[in-house]
Ligand binder design. Sequence first.
Ligand SMILES: CC(=O)SCCNC(=O)CCNC(=O)[C@H](O)C(C)(C)COP(=O)(O)OP(=O)(O)OC[C@H]1O[C@@H](n2cnc3c(N)ncnc32)[C@H](O)[C@@H]1OP(=O)(O)O
Ligand SMILES: CC(C)C(=O)C(=O)O
Length: 618
Amino acid sequence: MVSSAFPTIDTPHGAVPGDAAAWNRQRRSQMPSHRYRDVYSRVQVPLTVRAWPDARLTTAPLWVPVDLRDGNQALAEPMDPARKRRFFELMVAMGYKEIEVGYPSASQTDYDFVRLIAEGELAPDDVTIVVFTPARRDLIQRTVDSIRGIRNQVVIHMYTATAPTWRDLVLGHDRAELTELILAGARDVLEFAGGLPNVRFEFSPEVFNLTEPDYALEVCDAVTRLWDATRERPVILNLPATVEVATPNVYADQIEYMHRNLARRDAVILSVHPHNDRGTGIACAELAVLAGAQRVEGCIFGNGERTGNVDLATLALNLHAQGVDPMIDFSDIDEIRRTVEHANRLELHPRHPYVGDLVHTAFSGTHQDAIKKGFAEHRARALAEGKPERELEWRVPYLPVDPADLGRGYEAIIRVNSQSGKGGIAYLLETEYGIELPRRFQIDFARHMQKHTDSSGAEVTAAELLRIFEDAYLTPPAPRRVPELTAFDSSDKGTAITLRTADGREHTSDHDGVGPAEALTEALARVGIRIEVLGLHQTSVGTGNDSDAITLIEYRGDSVTGWAAGRDRSVLTATLSAIVSAAETVAAASAAAVGGSVTADEAGERESDSDSSPVRAA
Ligand SMILES: CC(=O)SCCNC(=O)CCNC(=O)[C@H](O)C(C)(C)COP(=O)(O)OP(=O)(O)OC[C@H]1O[C@@H](n2cnc3c(N)ncnc32)[C@H](O)[C@@H]1OP(=O)(O)O
Ligand SMILES: CC(C)C(=O)C(=O)O
């Protein structure tokens, strides 16, 4: 219940409590939003019952990349022939079967590229070539000239804007006059290309999304009648959201309206062509397919006029990520990206869906922890089910798809900065160096890391992580206080240990019935350094002949608890080093403590010279 004494803020679903300042701000901002109510208002769609909200995407639509036409016309520097060719070959290799290759009447480069296809071996037989033209006789003729002799299936794609603002301001025609202009163009297309058996036709009422639905329907039906659309020679009706102006549900309604009401529906391939002005081009395309669209035009990674055409890569990989085969090969997404960036001379954003440099990377601790656990579960399930990891159902949290599906490795998945936690740190050391850290050690190490990242503010690479690990655990504090271990002889009968104290005296002791770690702690106790090893963990760094053993110990001294590590080719020496390193911290803490327990961190700075190891004999 909202108290009447308390200010409220209006929301789309009623008033909610809010503070007075927010309330005042909300009454009026400086934005002149009222200017946009009429010009770009959405059209009214006469649809009362809609099926699209309950529909599901179960198969890929027909994809038509228009990078070489719509994408190209949006570039500051349109593609040169070499770039066009490389891009075209990429699209063919990825599996696209229908490709809009240009606007042959617009430029010699576009014309020549179509001729190159017509005269050469560039396009495999099963690839349909689409050429684009306005409804102008001279330009239609030139377009048809460009495709002479081509062996491939061809689509001649004719367009004219049909929305009121375009009719009034750009073309200067009312509805009837514009219909006549369009039909004249359609007749020209028929006259020049109707007799070519490998040619089909496409019509786009440009700015369909701002065209009155009844007029869009009238024009489209008139065109399919004139072109005599049949199941054998279907006509493509492409309904563009040329400038995206409304929420995606409105576009879905518009498409469903056309889908239900078009004449010759079974002789029409219903196509959509969303742009991305509101940032919802993807949603428009997906909902349009739910609403009846069978074909989608767009650009790979979404180049195109203003904010771009709909991004075909994201659309396809969205399908992939929900278990539907996109029918296009994205298994080397970085190579695709390199070619697209080269052709367009535009870089992709690091957070671009599926392909950006950072889209498979987690910096934040809880995400890293979840990913690490997800990977561990994935590997364990692969072993348990005896299946290759690449074939298992994917359940790793925060990664909607397995980066390996896109040809990416796992190196970039976890990166460490001040937002990271123990999980990410452990993951990086394990994947880069093979060092496996026990959970309690991870917690301790994460504190060291946090100090480092808080003060530097920067990202930490795996190599820096290893150095911080070495400084924190492998390098004993200075000055040295623990007697030097000069002899360590272990046999079935027992262990003899010699320690040399600072005054040069040697202390030899025998230890029967205990392991090497316990023997050393006993020997240290005899020279006054009491240390208890609470836990001992073995791991290694590196692989094969280049690997070193690492021993991690959790210890308790008189006034200090903590972790220490030792590293050596031999497991025994690594273990003894870890104990001596712990003993150094205990001795330093005893020297420093005035009472109470201190942690290893508080016991003193560690020197960075790793040659200072006091273990000599083992
Ligand atoms: C939404 C889209 O992506 S549409 C595609 C847009 N792409 C491009 O424009 C790139 C290629 N375009 C070009 O190279 C040139 O604009 C050309 C060759 C097509 C035409 O050039 P020009 O003859 O110099 O005309 P210009 O571009 O200045 O103006 C367009 C004219 O065509 C008319 N027009 C525009 N679209 C169409 C159309 N689809 N059908 C018929 N006429 C049209 C305009 O009303 C204007 O007529 P006007 O001169 O009588 O006022
Ligand atoms: C004319 C069509 C296909 C177009 O490019 C657009 O509307 O953006």
